[in-house]
Ligand binder design. Structure first.
Ligand code: GDP
Ligand code: IMO
Ligand code: MG
Length: 427
């Protein structure tokens, strides 16, 4: 029996989908514990490229169970489309399970997300407009609908009527948006309920039974540490807890069951949406890095902001998540630089700090202190062992490891499952 948590350590899109796919062969269950269709996880395997938003990346391994935990929110339109796409590619979704306690993303959540962003004007968050904030708001406000409400049409209708009595005045009076009727939503959603019903279960019971039976569970994080509602760059964050602690509340598995916490980190940094980003390269160097790394959002297609590796953020992620290992991705993208700057500390109001500043203003004012590491020119995409890497690339890894205060378990040198240098086994 073993349970591992996989988390994003930066602002998302670190390559969690690739790593989940790479290691999920060692796990009997892969469980998502937070977020919704705002995630975009890419899996490149057996010549296929898959983009998953709701379903755990473990679905590619058909003998594993893929669980959507109670901490997730589910958009029926997205998940059904995903199921259809997977089936069309010959992948069965027989191992899919959805927690009855996961909340449902309703059409009005999307409307409210878009309207709220519009109202924020230049202070917008830059959300994915997938209804994430409003759906989690409803969860916390105790006015949400859950997947279990789809098990019975009358229950769904009744709860929806109560939800609309609350939501319609907000839609109409606050945002001047069209309202919804129960019938209108039922017409669309009851057929969804029909299709999703077979997947809905009490997932914490299943997960704990699997552990009791000696099975291995991987908790696949979505989003990332710096997007965490508590620990990220608030308010420029998502509305859930992507950090390792979220795997517990988001699944109903206790902390004593977790053996390791694996952080996925890009060899440089990217961010989509608004908010502070100290090492951002808002110039042609950043533009070139974006082009080289193919840094465009999987969910929204937006160009990702790019910058150098930030060791202050990485150390923070090591601490907040209690990381045991790091999977470093996209090292291949860094081939071809004479030197590669790495941010080792910040200067805030002229004072050097190696830690995350206490307040938002401090982080917004943080000026990166760079160390220039020697680059390499070789194409490293075919390297499969640490020793095959050019010396400068090896040194880059060793320095990042030292700065991160956590060992680097694997190094990604391409998008495919096989394009990975494994330094030691995880299990
Ligand atoms: P996630 O949200 O963390 O799962 O990451 P995304 O899938 O949104 O973005 C990561 C992108 O990088 C995807 O296009 C992956 O196929 C790609 N990728 C992952 N690891 C590597 C790597 O080591 N090298 C290269 N070149 N691409 C990678
Ligand atoms: P994966 O799992 C990158 C960002 C959005 C926005 C902020 C809030 O693929 O790494 P939201 O729609 O969640 O309310 O948006 O969070 N964001 C992500 N950025 N990768 C993600 O997921 C993200 N999920 C949300 O861009 O800045
Ligand atoms: Mg992504």
């Amino acid at each position: 029996m073993s349970a591992s948590v996989l988390v994003g350590t930066q602002w998302g899109d670190e390559g969690k989908g690739k790593i989940t796919d790479l290691i999920s062969g060692d796990f009997d269950v892969v469980c998502r514990y937070g977020g919704g269709a705002n995630a975009g996880h890419t899996v490149v395997a057996n010549g296929h490229k898959l983009a998953l938003h709701q379903i755990p990346s473990g679905i590619v391994h058909e003998d594993a169970l893929s669980v959507i935990g109670n901490g997730c929110i589910v958009d029926p339109t997205v998940i059904l489309e995903e199921i259809d796409t997977l089936k069309a590619q010959g992948l069965s979704c027989e191992g899919l399970r959805i927690s009855g306690n996961a909340h449902i993303v309703m059409p009005y959540h999307r409307d409210l997300d878009g309207a709220h962003e519009k109202n924020l004007g230049k202070n917008l968050i830059g959300t994915t407009k997938r209804g994430i904030g409003p759906c989690y708001m409803d969860k916390m406000n105790r006015t949400g609908l859950r997947m279990q409400d789809m098990l019975d049409d009358d229950t769904f209708r009744e709860k929806l009527a109560a939800a609309l009595a609350y939501q319609n005045p907000i839609l109409e009076k606050v945002y001047g948006l069209p309202t919804y009727t129960v019938e209108q939503i039922c017409e669309e959603f009851l057929p969804y309920a029909e299709r999703l019903r077979p997947y809905i279960i009490e997932s914490s019971k299943l997960l704990n039974e699997e552990l009791a039976a000696g099975k291995n569970i991987l908790f696949e994080g979505a989003q990332a540490t710096m997007l965490d509602i508590d620990h990220g760059t608030y308010p420029f964050v998502t509305s859930s807890n992507p950090t390792a602690g979220g795997a517990l509340t988001g699944s109903g598995v206790g902390p004593t069951r977790i053996d390791r916490v694996v952080g996925v980190a890009k060899a440089y940094t990217t961010r989509v949406g608004e908010g502070p980003f100290p090492t951002e390269l808002d110039d042609e160097v950043g533009e070139a890095l974006r082009a080289k790394g193919g840094e465009f959002g999987v969910t929204t297609g937006r160009p990702r902001r790019t910058g150098w590796f930030d060791a202050v953020v990485m150390r923070y992620a090591t601490r907040i998540n209690g990381l045991t290992d790091i999977c470093l991705t996209k090292l291949d993208v860094l081939s071809g630089y004479d030197t590669i700057p790495v941010c080792v500390a910040y200067e805030v109001d002229g004072v050097r700090t190696e830690e995350m500043p206490l307040d938002q203003a401090g982080f917004e004012a943080a000026v990166p202190v760079y160390e220039e590491l020697p680059g390499w020119s070789e194409d490293i995409s075919q390297c499969r062992s640490f020793e095959e890497l050019p010396q400068a690339a090896q040194d880059y890894i060793m320095r990042l490891e030292e700065l991160s205060r956590c060992r680097i378990q694997s190094i990604g040198v391409g998008p495919g499952r096989e394009a990975t240098i494994v330094r030691y086994p995880l299990m």
